[in-house]
Design a protein around this ligand. Structure first.
Ligand code: FAD
Length: 431
């Protein structure tokens, strides 16, 4: 598709995946007058209550500024980054404002803006006549994609076994780190386990002791130990409220579970005995396995962190993985990968949602003719390759090397570089 053609006619984009990356792309394309259909495999009309906190980086905030028309706060601001020692004493602090949101809030704001979904999180804004048509189909699991002359045909299957297909001008693979779309065009690319998991959860800010509340109140707080890293920050509470007293403390606790070890099998086997490959969703963890982790937390974490880990009611687990596609464009430019489908970052980079937001914005700018194809590709591939590599290095430092805290502080400060100020090496932007 040339951008001249895109400028002169209304296109239909089929987006595979209706999480933040797919919604971001749908919103950005809709705003410039193109039609979009999102196919999401999830069986229910909305995805909810599976996520927790998200650090809203520069591109995420820029995205909301550009496309969000819901009148409500989108984040809780943390004013300081600080590091604790094992005894719970602050050993390093620096003033820095960072915005923390929740996955649910980001999702419902995007749905309100994309296809007018009403929720307790926000009231949908009035439709804009110049916008393209925005369609969302849940329970549509995409299985195949074929080029048909100037069009693409996307095949899907529903939960009841019904099969069908839909055609469009272009298809966007926004189907996450285990992307089916990517597997169709890059079957050799594999998602690999990094040797550690993130144990995650939240706890209401008022349900903890005053010392613990103090440690996390509008502060982004960390602890590093051998093979262990934990961080926590405040996020919006129920229905996205940012009212003090009603927010949640969100933690991410990285701990090593070697591949093939009994510990990994134990933590990833759910309460019904089913081995979960990558994510153990909230409410599904085996409570005996969790009890073991609660005890370990008491032994090796500072008291404030031990209290929130031990106090969370619905822990969930995410195996940390690596994946990156060598390219983002296929089928003569008719198939594009974005977000986690293009590159799944380690969470230490705090860049996954920003990548999805950036990929969506720069792609829409390219379709609109504001950004050349070369520039679009260099910027998205540069970001994907450079940050993916950085994440792997941060993970190795944190989980497999016993480094002084200064090294982790430095890693984290580098990871906070605004994207516009990053200087990508040549290997990252080669297209
Ligand atoms: C339910 C959920 C909760 C999350 N919670 C958090 C969180 O709390 N904190 C955080 O930092 N990140 C979270 N993430 C990850 C975060 O959304 C992403 O890292 C980032 O925003 C980029 O998202 P993405 O849309 O590219 O990929 P993903 O968020 O992985 O979304 C991919 C989507 O594609 C769908 N899909 C996959 N295969 C198919 C197929 N064949 N056909 C149709 N649909 C398909 C999936 O169901 C999913 O909804 C969560 C992701 C999900 C899906």
């Amino acid at each position: 598709m040339t951008t001249d053609a895109a400028k002169s006619r209304r296109l239909h984009f089929i987006i595979v995946g209706g999480s933040l990356g797919g919604l971001a792309t749908g919103l950005a394309l809709k705003a410039i007058g193109h039609d979009t259909t999102i196919l999401e495999r999830n069986r229910t009309p909305v995805l909810e209550q599976q996520g927790a906190g998200i650090v809203a980086g520069g591109d995420t905030l820029a995205f909301f500024k550009r496309y969000n028309r819901c009148d409500r706060p989108i984040a809780v601001t943390s004013h300081r980054r600080q590091y604790l020692d094992k005894a719970g004493k602050v050993v390093h602090k620096e003033d820095m404002d960072q915005n923390m949101t929740s996955w649910d809030l980001a999702y419902f704001i995007m749905r309100a803006n994309y296809d007018q979904v009403k929720s307790e999180h926000c009231e949908p804004p009035a439709p804009v006549p110049s916008h393209g048509k925005a369609v969302h189909w849940h329970d549509h699991n995409v299985t195949d994609i074929k080029q048909e002359g100037e069009n693409v045909r996307v095949y899907y299957k529903t939960g009841t076994g019904q099969e069908g297909s839909i055609t469009g001008d272009m298809v966007i693979g926004a189907d996450g780190p285990s992307s089916t779309v990517r597997a169709l065009v890059e079957p050799e690319v594999k998602r690999t386990y990094a040797g550690y998991c993130a144990l995650r959860g939240t706890i209401p800010e008022n349900d903890v002791s005053p010392a613990t509340r103090e440690a996390f109140s509008e502060r982004f707080t960390f602890f590093h130990g051998p093979g262990v890293q934990i961080l926590a920050y405040l996020i919006p509470g129920e229905s996205g409220t940012v009212e003090p007293g009603k927010r949640l403390i969100n933690f991410v606790y990285y701990t090593n579970f070697p591949e093939g070890s009994p510990e990994l099998e134990e933590i990833m086997t759910d309460k019904h005995g089913k081995r979960r490959p990558i994510t153990m969703p909230p409410g599904m963890i085996d409570m005996q396995a969790w009890e073991k982790q609660r005890q370990i937390a008491a032994e090796r974490l500072p008291p404030q962190f031990a209290e929130i880990v031990r106090g969370t009611q619905k822990p969930f687990v995410q195996a940390v993985t690596d994946v990156i596609s060598p390219r983002n464009e296929y089928m003569d430019g008719k198939l594009v990968l974005i977000g986690d489908a293009l590159a799944g970052f380690r969470p230490h980079t705090v860049a996954s949602t920003s990548q999805a937001a950036f990929d969506a914005m720069v792609f829409a700018d390219h379709i609109e003719g504001k950004v050349s194809k070369e520039q679009w590709k260099k910027e998205t591939m540069g970001f994907a390759r450079f940050i993916q590599k950085r994440g792997v290095e941060m993970g190795i430092h944190s989980q497999h090397q016993d480094l002084p805290v200064e090294e982790h502080i430095q890693d984290r400060n580098i990871a906070s570089t605004p994207r516009e100020q990053e200087v990508y090496p040549e290997w990252a932007t080669a297209i």
